[in-house]
Design a protein. Structure first.
Length: 186
């Protein structure tokens, strides 16, 4: 059911010429270890100024809004949370506005999920997202990607962007945490 929903949303975004990439747990299922995840995180190639286009897309797919004031919530958080009523699967549409996000969407890969190709963040960008999120589960996800495909990773790309994030006080330790995870995996 989740694969069908991903495909349906991907088709709707592509038909509207909205760039996107699947991130989060669904991407980790492709590049890392299997784990339980019942939501879909999608970074959009548009900023919140295009909220109405995404809201219309959700209405057309019969996705239920999960906040009482969705536009205001999206402006404040850059996230538009919705739910597929039939399957009860949550979908978070994440609006993008940074050069990093634009580059990550350009680098996204066409990956087969079920019977269909959809755009998924590349391994490196999944790692960057997970390192910035910084929760314990995110570090485990990064470890699982390292175990599965360390030799295929563009480490300088990861370190360049983590270094950029480390300039922000909230994320100042992200590069040192990454270095520690890399050493643990050796």
């Amino acid at each position: 059911m989740i694969e069908k929903l991903i495909h349906t949303i991907a088709q709707a975004l592509e038909s509207r010429k909205i760039g996107y990439m699947i991130i989060g747990g669904q991407a980790v299922l492709i590049y890392g270890r299997p784990r339980l995840t019942r939501d879909i995180d999608i970074t959009l190639g548009v900023d919140v100024d295009r909220f109405e286009r995404i809201e219309e897309l959700c209405r057309s797919l019969k996705l239920k809004t999960l906040t009482p004031h969705p536009r205001e919530f999206a402006v404040q958080t850059r996230v538009f949370p919705v739910e597929d009523v039939q399957s009860r699967i949550r979908v978070d549409f994440i609006f993008s506005f940074t050069p990093y996000e634009a580059e990550a969407i350009r680098r996204a890969e066409s990956v087969r999920i079920g019977e269909h190709l959809v755009r998924v963040a590349c391994r490196e960008d999944v790692i960057i997202h997970k390192m910035v999120a910084g929760r314990a589960i995110d570090e485990e996800d990064v470890r699982s990607i390292l175990i599965k495909s360390r030799t295929a990773l563009d480490i300088p790309y990861i370190e360049r962007w983590l270094g950029e994030f480390a300039r922000i006080p909230e994320y100042e330790h992200v590069l040192s945490k990454w270095t520690r995870l890399l050493r643990e995996d050796e």
